[in-house]
Design a protein around this ligand. Structure first.
Ligand SMILES: CC(C)(COP(=O)(O)OP(=O)(O)OC[C@H]1O[C@@H](n2cnc3c(N)ncnc32)[C@H](O)[C@@H]1OP(=O)(O)O)[C@@H](O)C(=O)NCCC(=O)NCCS
Length: 402
């Protein structure tokens, strides 16, 4: 699937889906290559030379895909004037959700107090963020929604086989988020290429049922055939970047920055060579975070914006690839001023804080009300004061009265 938005839809002026907010969150705990030397038959030198990775972040027991995603989302909202109740959709790209259901997106939607938003998780492994951006952009451009929160969040450390030196050295935990909003100003997501080849399922995956646990594979742990994935990655980066740039009606020379999924520095070097693009135009931060799967592109985007590598009007390309096999690229024209010029009003800030607090109180209230109701029902459901107490509990529903 490849498309662009150069022509007006239904005879109306086109609607553009611009990125207006960005955020990231990573756990405090660092795991360096030297730390890995203590638990695996590996070396800092081997890891650095084969991957470019120096260290990665590892979630604490209390941190989850949802809690990291929530922090990144709050940061993305903090550079806008939006309050959570204006969000229409929350998408979380992840392959390490907290639950099979409810979705991680629903958990985050609730914690934000995004009372008007639909929410779902999107599973496309390391390509997930690119897929999710395109889904949100399509919904915005069709006119069905105005504002979407798109998050890539992962706790890869929980699905790694820590005895497997071929995979455990590569991955880390983290989250990144963006806010997309409808606009009449030309820009935002200009084109997208999304692809998949399920025949490559054997190369990279996490078995979730015993049927797929064969050979060295372990239930709920990642397996990978590194060499084949390497070749696949360099090929699809080249193809999808070229195709998405053509679909956007620009040339590779017009692109200011390519933000690739941060898998391996050698993959990125090889892709830059084959595209004949200066290595400087490829954003990299994997030395500090490793491969954070669906979170790696929004984390790299956040750092690129904050360090001034993206200016208003720039064309940038996101390119993702990974399990599925799946891959995709999108071209974006950046339409926000430099971070220093982006301000969120104090009122918006206070309203957001209130929304987060209210969401917490509401969540606790719902929980305790359920427990109280159960208790009261067990005592004497129809007896005088207790009956009135139960009706009062039922009456106050804390429904969305904003
Ligand atoms: C994983 C990867 C770094 C391995 O590098 P490689 O050059 O292909 O290495 P190989 O798997 O062929 O292994 C070469 C040797 O190094 C060894 N080795 C593997 N991992 C090692 C480690 N962490 N430390 C030290 N030695 C290691 C192997 O056992 C092998 O030894 P042998 O020759 O004695 O059998 C590389 O294949 C890669 O980056 N692939 C892409 C992975 C990726 O990005 N996946 C995510 C995509 S979303």
């Amino acid at each position: 699937m490849a498309n662009n938005i150069s022509s007006p839809q239904n005879g109306n002026a086109p609607i553009y889906a611009n990125i207006i907010g960005w955020g990231m969150a990573v756990p405090e705990t660092r795991l360096t290559n030297e730390d890995l030397e203590a638990i695996l038959d590996t070396s800092d030198e081997w890891i650095r030379s084969r991957t470019g990775i120096h260290e990665r972040r590892i979630a604490s027991e209390k941190e989850t895909t949802a809690s990291l995603g929530l922090k990144a989302a709050q940061q993305a909202l903090s550079v806008t004037n939006l309050v959570p109740s204006t969000l229409d959709m929350v998408i979380v790209a992840t392959c390490t959700p907290d639950y099979r259901f409810p979705s991680t997106a629903s958990l985050i939607q609730n914690s934000l107090g995004a009372s008007q938003a639909g929410a779902f998780d999107l599973s496309a492994a390391c390509s997930g963020f690119v897929y999710a951006i395109q889904m949100a952009a399509q919904a915005i451009r069709s006119g069905s929604i105005k504002t979407a929160l798109v998050i890539g969040s992962e706790t890869m450390s929980r699905v790694l086989d820590w005895q497997d030196r071929g995979t455990s050295i590569l991955f880390g935990d983290g989250a990144g988020a963006v806010i997309l909003q409808a606009s009449e100003e030309v820009g935002g997501v200009l084109s997208a290429v999304l692809r998949s080849d399920g025949a490559g399922a054997d190369l990279l995956g996490i078995p979730a049922i015993p049927n797929y646990v064969t050979g060295d594979r372990k239930l709920n742990k990642m397996y990978m055939i590194g060499r084949d994935v390497f070749k696949f990655a360099t090929r699809v980066i080249h193809e999808s970047v070229i195709e998405s740039v053509e679909a956007a009606g620009i040339t590779l020379a017009d692109v200011a920055l390519i933000i690739p999924h941060q898998a391996n520095d050698r993959i990125l070097q090889s892709a830059a060579r084959s595209l004949n693009v200066d290595r400087e135009r490829f954003m990299t931060n994997l030395d500090r975070y490793g491969n954070t799967s669906a979170a790696s592109i929004p984390i790299a985007l956040y750092e690129a914006v904050q360090t001034g590598r993206i200016k208003e009007g720039d064309y940038i390309v996101f390119v993702g690839f990974g399990g599925g096999l799946s891959w995709g690229a999108i071209v974006i024209q950046w339409r926000v001023p430099r971070p220093a010029e982006v301000h969120s009003s104090r009122i918006a800030k206070q309203r957001r804080q209130f929304s987060y607090l209210r969401a917490r109180v509401r969540g606790r209230w719902k929980y305790w009300r359920r427990r109280l109701r159960m208790l009261v029902n067990r005592v004497r459901p129809n007896y005088g004061r207790i009956y009135r107490l139960r009706s009062k509990i039922d009456e106050y529903d804390f429904e969305d009265d904003e």
